[in-house]
Design a protein around this ligand. Structure first.
Ligand SMILES: [Zn+2]
Length: 555
C-alpha cells in the first residue's frame, strides 16, 4: 500500500456490494484502485498532506454505476433537440415545438425526441397534417422515445424524398395514406432514415443505422465537433454517477473519438463498444469485430462484443411474437433474420470467442435468440460466453427457464414497462393482450429462475438516471390483480446497476463492488438511500462521481 491515499471518503453509509463485507464507513483509493475499506478512524490514518478528503455526511456511498445498455453518441446529440418527455396533447406539443423552432432558426430539421405513441391521444396516430398545422414551413419530425418510429410533416417527407413512399426491407414501413402519399408515420430505420438524415447528424447514428464508418471521413473541424458531442454525453453519465457504460451501437469511429479523449486525459467513463452486425452483412464482416476486440481491450475502452437486432418494438407491431398480436389478428411481426440465419451468425460470433448481445422484445424473438445461443454452444462447445438478450419485454415460462442453464444474461430496463417510468400504458398493454400480461417484463421471474440481470436505461430511450431506474424496479406494480409481482428489492436493483453490469463485461473481479484492489469507481450520493422513501429515490443525486480515482463529477 502507498504511504498515503489519493482520496478518502469518510462518514459514509458505504454499501460495498461485497457479500464478504457489505457495509463500512469509509473508503480509501490510491493509484486508481481501492486500497482500503473500514471505519472512519482507520481510513483517516491513510490521509497524507495531499490526500483529498470527502466527508460523505452520512450519505450513501456505492460502487460507480454501470449502465449496461445505452447509446452514447446519438444520446448526446439529442440533448440539443426538442425534448418531449411528458408532453401530451396538441396544444402542449404546438407550444413546445414553436418555442424550440424560434430559438433554433438554423436547425435543418426541427426534431422532437421522446414523443409518446399517444402524444395526440389514445387510439389516434400522428399524421403529417397534424404536424403541418404546427410548423408548415420547416422540416419537422417527432421521434418516439423507443427510437423505432418517427412522424414527419409534409415538408420533411418531401425534403427526404419519401412523400410518395419508399421500398423498404422486412420489419420497416412507410405508412401510406388513402391519398397514395405517405401518411407521416415511419416505422423503423430504413423508413425514417431519409428524414433523420435531414438533421445532418448521421455520424452520431452510424453505429446504429449501418454499423459502418463515416464516408467520407470527417474533416478535422467535424471531428472536433464530434468529440465535443461525445464529451457532452460522457459528462451526462458522470453527472448521474455512472462510471462504466455499455454503448450498444457500434463502430470503430466512436472508439477512435473516445481514445482521442482518453489521450487528452479526460475520459470521464469507461466505455465498451460492440461491432454492430446488420442483416445485410456477411459472416466475413465479423472479421472486423475480432479486430475491434483485439485493438481495444483496456480498462477504459473495450469491444469484444457483437450487437444485433432480432426484431423491433411492440408499439409499432414490429416485435416478433409467438402468437398473433392481441390487437392485430393474423400478425406476429417479421424478424430481421430467419431463426436459421441467426443461429448461423451466432455460431460464428461465438466461435470467434466474442460475446453476443441481441435486441429481442417479442416472445418469438426471445425464443429464436435462445435457440441460436443453444445452437452455438452445441457447435462450438460450452464456454463461459455470457451472451446477452436485450429488453425481453415478453417471453414465456418455458423460455425463462432456459436462461440460467444456457448462461444467458437478461439485460433489462426497469423504466421501460408501461405505467411505470413515464411510458404510458397504451398502446403497449393492448398489443400484448391481457392473457399474456403475466409474462411481460418478467424481471423478478427471471431472477428467481437464476438468470443474471443487468440493468440500464437504454438512454436516450428513457432518462439515464440509475436512481430513477432503481425506483422503477422497486416500485413496479402489476397492471392487474392476480398478476405475479415483478418488483425487486433495493439491494437487487443496486446490484443490477453495479455487480450485475460488471459480470456482464467479465469484470466482476475488478469492478461493480468496493473491495481492496478493485478499480476506484465510486459514487457518493447526497442522501442515505436506505432512509429515503422509495417514491423519492429519484430525487437523490450524486455529489461526487469518481472514476479510476479521479473525480469526474462534483455537484
Ligand atoms: Zn438500445
Amino acid at each position: 500500500m502507498p504511504d498515503s491515499a489519493d482520496i478518502i471518503i469518510v462518514n459514509g453509509r458505504v454499501r460495498t456490494m461485497d457479500p464478504d463485507r457489505p457495509r463500512v464507513e469509509a473508503v480509501a483509493a490510491a493509484g486508481g484502485r481501492i486500497v482500503a475499506l473500514g471505519d472512519n478512524a482507520s481510513i483517516h490514518d491513510l490521509a497524507g498532506p495531499t490526500t483529498r478528503v470527502i466527508d460523505a455526511g452520512g450519505a450513501s456511498v456505492l460502487p460507480g454505476f454501470i449502465e449496461g445498455h445505452m447509446h452514447l453518441f446519438s444520446g448526446a446529440a439529442e440533448l440539443a433537440h426538442l425534448q418531449l418527455h411528458g408532453v401530451h396533447g396538441f396544444e402542449a406539443l404546438e407550444t413546445a415545438a414553436r418555442i424550440y423552432a424560434a430559438l433554433n432558426p438554423d436547425r435543418p430539421l426541427v426534431l422532437g425526441q421522446s414523443a409518446d405513441y399517444t402524444i395526440l391521444g389514445v387510439g389516434r396516430s400522428v399524421t403529417r397534417h397534424d404536424l403541418d398545422r404546427i410548423l408548415p414551413d420547416r422540416p419537422f419530425a417527432l421521434a418516439a422515445a423507443d427510437h423505432h418510429t418517427m412522424w414527419a410533416n409534409t415538408k420533411a417527407l418531401e425534403a427526404a424524398g419519401i412523400l410518395h413512399g419508399k421500398a423498404v426491407g422486412p420489419g420497416n414501413e412507410v405508412v401510406m395514406g388513402s391519398d397514395g402519399r405517405a401518411a407521416g408515420e415511419l416505422r423503423e430505420g430504413e423508413a425514417f432514415g431519409p428524414v433523420l438524415a435531414l438533421a445532418r447528424e448521421e455520424r452520431c447514428r452510424l453505429g446504429l443505422s449501418t454499423g459502418g464508418e463515416p464516408d467520407p471521413m470527417p474533416t478535422p473541424a467535424e471531428r472536433d465537433g464530434d468529440r465535443a458531442i461525445m464529451r457532452r454525453g460522457l459528462d451526462w453519465c458522470a453527472r448521474h454517477g455512472i462510471t462504466s457504460i455499455h454503448n450498444m451501437d457500434g463502430n470503430l469511429y466512436q472508439l477512435e473519438l473516445l481514445s482521442e479523449i482518453e489521450a487528452a486525459g479526460d475520459l470521464a467513463c469507461r466505455v465498451k463498444i460492440p461491432f454492430h452486425f446488420k442483416n445485410f452483412m456477411d459472416l466475413s464482416d465479423l472479421e472486423k469485430a475480432s479486430r475491434m476486440a483485439g485493438s481495444y481491450r483496456s480498462e477504459w475502452l473495450s469491444s469484444g462484443m457483437v450487437k444485433m437486432f432480432y426484431d423491433g418494438v411492440l408499439d409499432s407491431w414490429t416485435a416478433v411474437m409467438l402468437e398473433d398480436y392481441a390487437d392485430r389478428p393474423g400478425w406476429r411481426g417479421e424478424p430481421l433474420f430467419s431463426p436459421e440465419r441467426f443461429a448461423e451468425i451466432a455460431t460464428e460470433i461465438d466461435r470467434r470467442g466474442l460475446q453476443i448481445a441481441v435486441h429481442a422484445i417479442g416472445d418469438g424473438a426471445v425464443r429464436a435468440v435462445l435457440d441460436g445461443y443453444e445452437a452455438a454452444a452445441k457447435a462450438n462447445g460450452r464456454r463461459d460466453s455470457r451472451h446477452r438478450i436485450e429488453h425481453i419485454e415478453l417471453t414465456t415460462q418455458a423460455d425463462i427457464a432456459r436462461f440460467a442453464p444456457l448462461g444467458v444474461i437478461a439485460s433489462m430496463q426497469p423504466a421501460h414497462p408501461p405505467g411505470g417510468g413515464g411510458f404510458p400504458m397504451e398502446p403497449t398493454v393492448s398489443r400484448i393482450g391481457r392473457a399474456r400480461w403475466a409474462d411481460a417484463y418478467p424481471v423478478r421471474t427471471l431472477q428467481q429462475a437464476g438468470a443474471s440481470i443487468v440493468f440500464a436505461s437504454d438512454w436516450p430511450v428513457a432518462p439515464i438516471d440509475p436512481l430513477l431506474g432503481m425506483r422503477c424496479a422497486v416500485e413496479r406494480t402489476p397492471w392487474a390483480e392476480a398478476l405475479p409481482s415483478q418488483n425487486l428489492t433495493l439491494d437487487q436493483a443496486i446490484a443490477a446497476y453495479t455487480s450485475g453490469g460488471a459480470y456482464a463485461e467479465f469484470a466482476e473481479h475488478r469492478k461493480g463492488r468496493l473491495r481492496p484492489g478493485y478499480l476506484a469507481d465510486i459514487v457518493v450520493l447526497d442522501a442515505d438511500i436506505d432512509s429515503v422513501e422509495t417514491e423519492r429515490l429519484n430525487e437523490v443525486s450524486p455529489r461526487f462521481t469518481i472514476c479510476g480515482g479521479r473525480i469526474t463529477f462534483a455537484a
